[in-house]
Design a protein around this ligand. Structure first.
Ligand code: G4P
Length: 531
């Protein structure tokens, strides 16, 4: 095996998707703890709490600092190199959250055992589904009374149309939670009460559920229920099938209690054993294999304004192939310019370190002054554009106007730069002089207003609109599109690339338009063309 393919085989680049409070921060911390990337529990947690602090300008500032530091966390475990990409999920939920999922090879879906599938989990899952990202499920908080495991599995299957198969099975719950039986490796892992800080033992090996020794290890009622449950669930769920998981159709399910470090080792082993290594990437011209010699990568996120005075930006680049080395020159395909990678950064749990080298699946941060945009490709000269890094239709739309009407032009410029960077969607309605700005998380309007004021010196006012959502429109026959556009001028706008967008006033308006114009397609995402 070549040097590069060896490195690629070890890599697992993934994200955690969850609804706020399901335990994403806690689980992240525990994964880092098991991975040896942090020694003391608490480092990530503090950020989780800071995020929930009340909203003010200071917080916006702090939050942006925080999301940079924890954007990518790398750690090693059992011979694998893990890259965990953060998906901001509280008030800082944004298009970045969605787009991060275009840069991972798999995801872990965390579910609160008392709540089941919640709104944000579902939204993030849908983004995963766009690319059939393989998903491992972690049902958390078994130390509390929650819903029946079978009921939860059924809900995942029904609401997400995703097959599930248990990888571990919980024994009891709440105060009676004893631990889990690892169905894949036939190990019994018991929870040690009162051992909060410690890492749980590895568990005891058995030959199967009918191993007579197993019955001795558990109270008889717990053993009987375990056997009964597993028999039932095996009858109801398909067995684990790697291809089906890798195709995004089947999710293995682990149970645990992140706060008690419980179930985390099994989950990590599961990711190491099942989750795919860096994938083949599609471009407009060809497929890029991760073990190709030449370096390629794409920008999936831009973090701006860490120091407002310097207008610096960090472009997060997912390496797709080759052996990246610090100091190398890469071609910025969209402009044809050469960029020297003087100071790429690798994001570690506590610190940022200068990246000396990187391989497919790794993320590097490239400081720049605004040249790099979402979906831009970096290569060693080849002209290619990666596909599958779309823009997502905003879920919240507001009107933007400058406090000083004379600065309307400046505002227009600021908005179009922010749109290029991927910080927001900016639409210019065909009728009227206002700009419509679209985001997916409410705090983004505060962040944008703050940035437009400090970076572009334009105090801006965002005003609510009665708009419900935006859809990019297209039709195979240009005449059909033109007829639609002409008849709906009042609801039409152009995005910053000049592509037509339908601004719906409500769900009915959107449904009605789709019914009236069956040959027009209404898209929730838009692919970047790389131009
Ligand atoms: P998030 O990032 O998904 O929003 O969730 P986070 O980890 O911040 O966890 C949300 C709350 O759930 C926290 O409680 C956390 O301690 C708790 N939690 C996480 N995992 C478990 C678990 O396995 N069992 C139980 N019982 N609770 C869990 P909090 O009250 O908001 O914070 P704290 O005061 O407990 O730190």
């Amino acid at each position: 095996m070549s040097f590069i393919s060896d490195k690629i085989d070890q890599r697992r680049t993934f994200a955690i998707i969850a609804h706020p409070d399901a335990g994403k921060t806690t689980l992240t911390e525990k994964l880092l703890l098991f991975g040896g990337a942090i020694q003391l529990a608490g480092a990530v947690k503090a950020r989780g709490e800071a995020r929930r602090a009340h909203s003010d300008w200071m917080k916006v500032e702090r939050e942006r600092g925080i999301s940079v530091a924890s954007s990518v966390m790398s750690f090693d475990y059992t011979g694998c190199a893990f890259n965990l990409l953060d998906t901001p999920g509280h008030e800082d939920f944004s298009e970045d959250t969605y787009r991060t999922l275009t840069a991972v090879d798999s995801a872990v879906m965390v579910i609160d055992s008392a709540k089941g599938i919640e709104e944000q989990t579902r939204k993030l899952f849908e983004v995963c589904r766009l690319r059939d990202v393989p998903i491992i499920t972690f049902i958390n908080k078994l130390d509390r009374d929650g819903r029946e495991p079978l009921d939860l599995l059924d809900e995942i299957e029904q609401t997400l149309a995703l097959d599930v198969t248990p990888a571990t099975w919980p024994i009891g719950m709440g105060r009676d939670f004893l631990g889990c039986y690892d169905l894949l490796s036939d190990r019994l892992v018991l929870m040690e009460k009162g051992a909060k800080g410690a890492l749980p033992k590895e568990g005891e090996q058995f030959t199967g559920l009918d191993d007579p020794k197993l019955a001795d290890r558990l109270p008889s009622h717990a053993y009987e229920k375990l056997v009964e449950d597993v028999e039932m669930v095996r009858g109801l769920c398909p067995p684990f099938d790697r291809d089906s998981y890798r195709a995004g159709h089947l999710s293995p399910v682990f149970f645990g209690s992140a706060v008690n470090n419980f179930g985390v080792r099994e989950l990590l082993n599961g990711i190491a054993e099942m989750a795919p290594s860096p994938r083949v990437q599609n471009t407009t011209t060809r497929e890029v294999l991760p073990d190709e010699d030449k370096v390629t990568g794409f920008v999936f996120k831009i973090q701006a304004n860490m120091d407002p005075k310097h207008r610096d930006r960090i472009a997060f680049v997912r390496i797709c192939s080759g052996h990246f080395k610090k100091g190398m020159k890469l071609t910025h395909v969209r402009t044809g310019k050469q960029l020297t990678m003087h100071a790429p950064t690798l994001f570690l749990a506590q610190d940022r370190e200068l990246a000396e080298e990187a391989f497919a699946g790794d993320i590097i941060g490239v400081p720049n002054h605004g040249q790099l945009r979402i979906a831009d490709a970096l290569t060693e000269g080849e002209s290619l554009f990666f596909t599958g890094i779309p823009s997502f239709a905003p879920e919240m739309l507001q009107k933007a106007r400058p406090k000083d009407p004379l600065r309307a032009k400046h505002l227009g410029r600021a908005l179009s730069q922010l749109a290029e960077e991927g910080a927001a969607q900016v639409f210019k309605p065909r009728i009227g002089a206002d700009w419509i700005v679209g985001v997916v998380g409410p705090l983004q309007f505060d962040v944008l207003a703050d940035r437009i004021r400090t970076e572009y010196d334009v105090p801006v006012i965002f005003e609510p609109t009665t708009l419900y959502t935006a859809r990019w429109v297209s039709a195979e026959d240009p005449r059909v599109l033109k007829a639609f556009v002409d008849a709906n001028q009042g609801a039409l706008a152009d995005d910053h690339d000049g592509d037509p967008v339908f601004l719906a006033r409500n769900a009915w308006h959107l449904d009605r338009a789709a019914e009236d114009y069956p040959k027009v397609s209404f898209h929730k995402t838009k692919e970047h063309t790389g131009l």
